[in-house]
Design a protein around this ligand. Structure first.
Ligand code: NAP
Ligand code: MG
Length: 502
């Protein structure tokens, strides 16, 4: 199609939300379809949420959170210091001892159901703010992050009064105060993963969101306040890594739940060793997606695209390594390259966008560093020719072929839209190659044969193995890793036991 004007008659390159509108690369052009921002409410400044109230930080300090697609400041956020963390832990302890551990599970459930419903009611607002603060495409925040977050609260609300049925013949007891630290890739969803099981089981919480994406956790605090949840049951303190460390090192915390990098996970593990704190760590990944020659190839290619380019590759379980059986390698590679060309990179708030903004300048630098390492190591790079906005942090979908097993791009977590492709001949060979990684969070298998699926899933050292699909989540199924991907499980029944003495 030689059309140069969009449906609305706007020329390509028109700006929406400050980000230049991009051209679809096959000659087609999409009219901008920006999600409206008129229905959202954001303050210029956010305080700490402690004991049911928004309070000024004792530190007196604030930091900015920006929109990574425009590099513009969205709001100022309080920076909690050690005294603020102490205040939050005291509030959580007080709420635990005086209220939360005493009330029946059926009462706890009512609040949690209410929080779930309120997230659903304000889903559009949450989705837009998530995309503005973190850079992810609105399609994902709207269809994945927000509904899953609401589902998580709903699911764990259902367990709150049935704990003795979850662990028959045993007496489950809450732990006390949980310190929870989350990353920037699924800000609201990670907050839900942490808070919902903790409070459903009768614990109270001090949660720290990541410094680049604090806003949806603070909007959740507003909902928690409106829901009437007793003061101090959930406290949200914002800040940098030091705020997280202050939570980890606080003497009156009974449990640490951390999701983030393996590097910080190791620091936390050391800090907690020798204390009575219970700990769960959900860390990095370097998942293998495996395509056999008998797989439905178009479906598999779509799954690979979803596995690595979804959420800009900012996914711990991203299928960042692809293994293709030699006999179908050429055709799969051609299909992948064709598909990558059609992906739209740009304004996260545009409903056409497939790949939004990279979360931060630092993360974009890390990704670019790895792209250069890949080239230097002798792997062959292919990048989509799509234009990217001049402002903000963006990365074209990228793949590498001629990758050796020892290459750093095949071993280390990049956390960006970069795929490393290798080939294999036999089942044994691919199992060995796929397991040859310090991580073990997830994997994907694409084949027509049920027997092959069973063979591989039992031999893959990964917490989750998807068969003929990828990146599918449900609150009822446990999630977590092996080896350097951490330990403990979140989700499902397993997620309950992480917050209980049984
Ligand atoms: P990160 O640097 O480890 O940060 C995670 C959180 O820890 C942030 O809130 C961070 O605060 C805080 N933090 C930093 N240093 C700390 C310290 N010394 N003590 C306590 N807390 C500290 O990870 P990230 O870069 O935000 O997230 C990406 C990583 O998360 C990837 O490796 C990814 O694979 C992993 N991840 C894993 C899962 C899973 O379920 N397994 C899920 C999602 C992500 P600041 O933001 O202020 O630095
Ligand atoms: Mg931000």
């Amino acid at each position: 199609m030689a059309e140069t004007k969009t449906k609305k008659g706007k020329k390509s390159g028109a700006k929406s939300n400050g980000v230049p509108k991009l051209k679809f690369n096959t000659g087609w052009e999409y009219a901008p379809a920006p999600e409206s921002k008129t229905h959202i409410k954001l303050n210029d400044r956010y305080e700490l949420f402690i004991n049911g109230k928004f309070v000024k930080p004792l530190s007196g300090k604030y930091f900015e959170t920006i929109n990574p697609a425009t590099e513009e400041k969205i709001a100022e956020v309080a920076e909690a210091n050690v005294a603020d963390v102490d205040k939050a832990v005291k509030a959580a302890r007080n709420a635990y001892e005086k209220v939360w551990k005493k009330i029946p599970g059926s009462e706890r459930a009512k609040y949690i159901f209410r929080i779930s419903r309120m997230i659903q009611e304000r889903a559009r607002e949450f989705a837009v703010i998530e995309s503005m603060d973190g850079g992810k495409a609105i399609r994902e925040s709207r269809d994945v992050d927000v509904p899953l977050a609401a589902n998580h609260f709903f699911y764990y609300a259902g367990w709150a009064d049935k704990l003795e049925y979850a662990f028959p013949g045993r007496v489950p007891r809450s732990l006390g105060v949980a310190g929870q630290i989350i990353p920037w890739n699924f800000p609201l969803l990670m907050a839900a993963w942490k808070i919902a099981p903790a409070i459903a089981t009768g614990n109270t919480v001090v949660l720290k969101p990541a410094e680049t994406t604090p806003l949806t956790a603070l909007k959740l605090a507003e909902i928690i306040q409106e829901s009437g949840l007793p003061d101090g049951v959930v406290n949200i303190v914002t800040g940098f890594g030091q705020t997280g460390a202050d939570i980890v090192n606080h003497a009156d915390i009974d449990k640490i739940a951390f999701t983030g990098s393996t590097e910080v996970g190791k620091i936390i593990q050391k800090a907690v060793a020798g204390t009575n704190k219970k700990i769960t760590l959900e860390l990095g990944g370097k998942a293998a997606n495996i395509i056999f020659e008998d797989a439905p190839l178009d479906q598999a290619v779509e799954g690979v695209i979803n596995g690595i380019y979804f959420n800009q590759g900012h996914v711990c379980c991203a299928g960042s390594r692809l293994f293709v059986q030699e006999s179908v390698y050429n055709i799969v590679l051609r299909k992948l390259k064709d598909r990558i060309e059609t992906l739209i990179v740009g304004d996260p708030l545009d409903k056409n966008t497939d790949i939004g903004a990279i979360n931060s300048k630092t993360q974009l630098e890390t990704i670019n560093k790895y792209i250069n390492i890949g080239k230097k190591e002798g792997a062959e790079m292919y990048q989509s020719s799509c234009p990217i906005p001049g402002r903000g942090f963006f990365c074209r979908p990228t793949l590498f072929t001629n990758v050796a097993q020892s290459n750093r791009i095949a071993q280390e977590e990049i956390f960006g839209p970069v795929l490393a492709i290798q080939t294999f001949r036999t089942d044994e060979e691919v199992i060995e190659k796929a397991n040859n990684t310090p991580y073990g969070l997830s994997a994907g298998v694409w084949t027509d044969k049920g027997s092959k699926i069973f063979n591989l899933t039992t031999k893959m050292r990964a917490g989750v193995v998807w068969a003929n699909t990828y990146n599918k989540f449900d609150p009822s199924s446990p999630f977590g890793g092996y080896k350097e991907s951490g330990y403990g499980r979140e989700g499902g029944l397993h997620g309950l036991s992480a917050y209980l003495k049984i």
